[in-house]
Design a protein around this ligand. Structure first.
Ligand code: ADP
Ligand code: MG
Ligand code: MG
Ligand code: MG
Ligand code: MG
Ligand code: MG
Length: 696
């Protein structure tokens, strides 16, 4: 969650008055970073994943599972054992001793918003080497082993996006604290649910104060045969009088036929899977940012894993909008619910939302693709432009900087360190869009411009988490190698994000996608897929690894795009597709006259074929691609569908949408038993594979 510094945080009333100063200083810092690094070239591709866990305590004697507020203890135990760990004695080798002990790079563990959460990353970023790719799954499994080793006997790291009974009336956390504290003022969860570091309660409290009421999450309940209808969330208490915010529900905050939640923890307490790429230079980073952006909602649908909130099956499959609402600090004026008087503008999206800008200097980026509703701080943009930044990148940052800083430390306001990044990061790291463009950190000059892909849901098994990580990495190579053009108008991506929420959207809904993603066919050989039959495709100069030589710089070629007057209307460039069409290509009987797109998997296969990989390597990668392909065509289930099925077949489930303690216990117990890392664990066993077969 970005920076964790110590200091005296200002309450919202004081912080508010410092917003303009923080923004201006942040822009100064950004300009310094940009000037120092805009011409920087990095020879190497590096990338890394972030895996988030819930810590769940399993109480066998009471047949009860609870969220364990043990983040600090687990992190402390990990820190204390670092020396031991370095010598490898506590690191089980899941591959049967092939890996030399002194070769071990230990993973890193980080705190997260929820005091029941942990995050892990590889000990160092993955390199360009193809054999690194094959380490990812093992590494993720090893991280789970290490995490488990530093927990109490009854505690387990579980990669569910959300705890099914977070916020119910029973004792769903351990140790137990009753709800309704001064920071969150939630009627469902206590303040102790959040990481106690001062940054987190301050963030939650200032979001609530700025907004003028509690955050509001209403998720449509899944209507089952016996669900009482209309549905009124039975856990809502209309008679609480601890805080002024207790009026929210009396003023209609809880909506009929919805599960109602009222605190940041219901969103930021969710686990996700994020991938960060280092680009070789700023331009490649900007290109990756744009081209990966339309894939965000597609991967969100493919990784759907969130069918339960607060003890009820809901009618949505993913976490995204809940996090969005859980940190939505917009006032009534900004939301358009009251006339603009005190605030500067109406703001269409929460700080946590799908991204609203394209940033590449790509001649294929037509003005029609940009977001017509983009709000930009023109004064700050002018400062960036005067400082030498181009209009497009300045627009991006001036858009992020329409927000107020939420956590301001008084110590930081005394002098500006223009070589620092604290004020810049204050805004940057509280703009949680589905893509993030990360400038090099001033305190670590070895790190380059990076792009983060943020939409994916965490998966229950490390096999799946590795598969999705590797798929995105391969797609990034495909995008660069084939110079793909995936541009669609930003509002279509926003719409796709909404679509991805619908129950079973992966199979039942269609998503906007570009019909022809290949570069302008100025020469017949521009696309390996559009050549006369019988000739061999010749992909660009590709090396045996994922590295520099594997990514041709085609910027020059793509600048020769057709003049605007020759271009078709933007609306003809994209159409609605199933995820399977996007991933697997048009099925039999699908007309290819308007869509020559072979599917993303075929592009990845083509890329792999050009690399002369060993049969073993190729086979390993195929296992991952197979998961993606079969997830897309419905022959393997999403985690969301599997969990729904588990609940609906449980003898204790009454088909009334309620997921009770027993069902939750059995669900988590199943996961823990199947996924609990063992030395003999292999991806073909347990949940890693068969359980997602249809009917399995
Ligand atoms: P945040 O929480 O701010 O998104 P983290 O530090 O938790 O960031 O994770 C960033 C990820 O990026 C990690 O997986 C890490 O391995 C990876 N990473 C670190 N340095 C680089 C780099 N130079 N290039 C690419 N990825 C990197
Ligand atoms: Mg995280
Ligand atoms: Mg992180
Ligand atoms: Mg971080
Ligand atoms: Mg109970
Ligand atoms: Mg991250």
């Amino acid at each position: 969650m970005g920076l964790l510094q110590l200091g005296t945080p200002l309450k919202w009333e004081e912080a508010k008055g410092t917003a303009a100063q923080v923004r201006e200083w942040g822009i100064e810092q950004l300009l310094t970073i940009w000037r120092k690094n805009k011409d920087q070239e990095r020879a190497v591709l590096l990338w890394g994943d972030e895996v988030e866990y819930l810590v769940i305590a399993v109480d066998e004697s009471h047949q009860k599972v609870r969220l364990s507020l043990s983040q600090a203890e687990v992190l402390q135990a990990l820190a204390e054992n670092e020396e031991l760990a370095k010598h490898g004695s506590m690191v089980p080798d899941l591959q049967g001793g092939e890996k030399a002990k002194n070769d071990c790079t230990l993973p890193t563990f980080h705190p997260e918003f929820g005091r029941f959460m942990l995050e892990s990353t590889p000990g160092k970023p993955w390199s360009i080497d193809f054999k690194d790719l094959l380490e990812v799954e093992r590494d993720m499994k090893q991280r789970r082993v290490i995490a488990k080793q530093h927990m109490a006997k009854d505690q387990y790291p579980v990669t569910l996006t959300t705890f099914p009974r977070l916020g119910t009336k029973d004792d769903f956390i351990t140790p137990y604290y009753p709800p309704s504290g001064p920071a969150l003022r939630s009627q469902f969860v206590p303040d102790e649910i959040a990481n106690p570091h001062i940054r987190f309660p301050t963030l939650a409290a200032n979001i609530r104060s700025r907004r003028g009421r509690k955050v509001e999450l209403n998720v449509p309940v899944f209507k089952d045969e016996k669900t009482p209808w209309p549905f009124h969330d039975p856990t809502v208490d209309y008679d609480m009088h601890n805080w002024p915010e207790d009026d929210d529900v009396r003023n209609g905050a809880a909506k009929e036929n919805h599960v109602y939640m009222d605190a940041m923890a219901f969103g930021m307490g969710s686990c996700c899977l994020q991938i960060t790429f280092q680009a070789k230079n700023i331009n490649e980073g900007r290109r990756l940012y744009d081209q990966l952006s339309p894939l965000g909602p597609i991967l969100l649908a493919l990784t759907a894993a969130t069918p339960i909130y607060k003890g009820f099956l809901v009618d949505t499959d993913v976490r995204w909008n809940q996090i969005s609402r859980a940190v939505d600090d917009r006032t009534r004026e900004e939301l358009g619910e009251a006339p603009l008087k005190n605030d500067r503008w109406r703001i269409p999206k929460s700080r946590y939302a799908s991204n609203s800008t394209y940033i590449a200097e790509d001649p294929r980026l037509r003005p029609e693709y940009l977001d017509p509703d983009l709000v930009v701080d023109e004064d700050l943009k002018q400062k960036l432009v005067s400082g030498g930044m181009d209009d497009r990148l300045a627009t991006h940052f001036a858009h992020l900087f329409i927000r107020d800083p939420l956590v301001v430390f008084s110590e930081d306001l005394q002098t500006l360190d223009v070589n620092g990044s604290n004020h810049f990061e204050n805004l940057q790291s509280t703009n949680w869009q589905h893509m993030r463009f990360k400038p090099p950190p001033p305190d670590n000059p070895s790190i380059g411009w990076r792009v983060e892909f943020r939409s994916m849901e965490i998966q229950m098994t490390d096999f799946e988490n590795a598969a999705f990580s590797i798929f995105i990495v391969l797609l990034s190579r495909v995008i660069l190698s084939f110079d793909l053009n995936l541009y669609i108008p930003i509002p279509r991506t926003t719409e796709n994000m909404e679509t991805a929420h619908r129950r079973n959207a992966l199979l039942d809904d269609k998503f906007w996608f570009r019909k022809d993603p290949f570069p302008q066919k100025t020469t017949p050989s521009a696309s390996p897929f559009l050549r006369p039959q019988g000739t061999q495709p010749q992909p660009p100069d590709l090396d045996q690894n994922l590295g520099v030589n594997g990514t041709t710089d085609v910027t020059a070629a793509s600048t020769s795009a057709a003049p605007t007057s020759d271009l078709p209307p933007v609306e003809e460039e994209y159409s609605l597709h199933t995820v399977s069409e996007i991933i697997n290509g048009p099925g039999p009987g699908t007309s290819t006259s308007t869509n020559q797109f072979p599917g993303l998997i075929a592009l990845v296969q083509h890329y792999l074929s050009s690399l002369n990989l060993s049969v073993t390597t190729r086979c390993q990668i195929e296992r991952y691609l197979d998961l993606i392909a079969r997830r897309a065509d419905g022959s393997l289930w999403t985690n969301a569908k599997w969990i729904r099925q588990y609940v609906s077949q449980h003898p204790e489930y009454k088909h009334d949408s309620a997921v009770n303690e027993q069902v939750t216990y059995d669900l988590i117990k199943t996961l823990v038993e199947e996924i609990e890392p063992r030395e003999d664990w292999s991806s073909k066993q347990g949940l890693g594979w068969e359980m997602f077969e249809v009917g399995g």
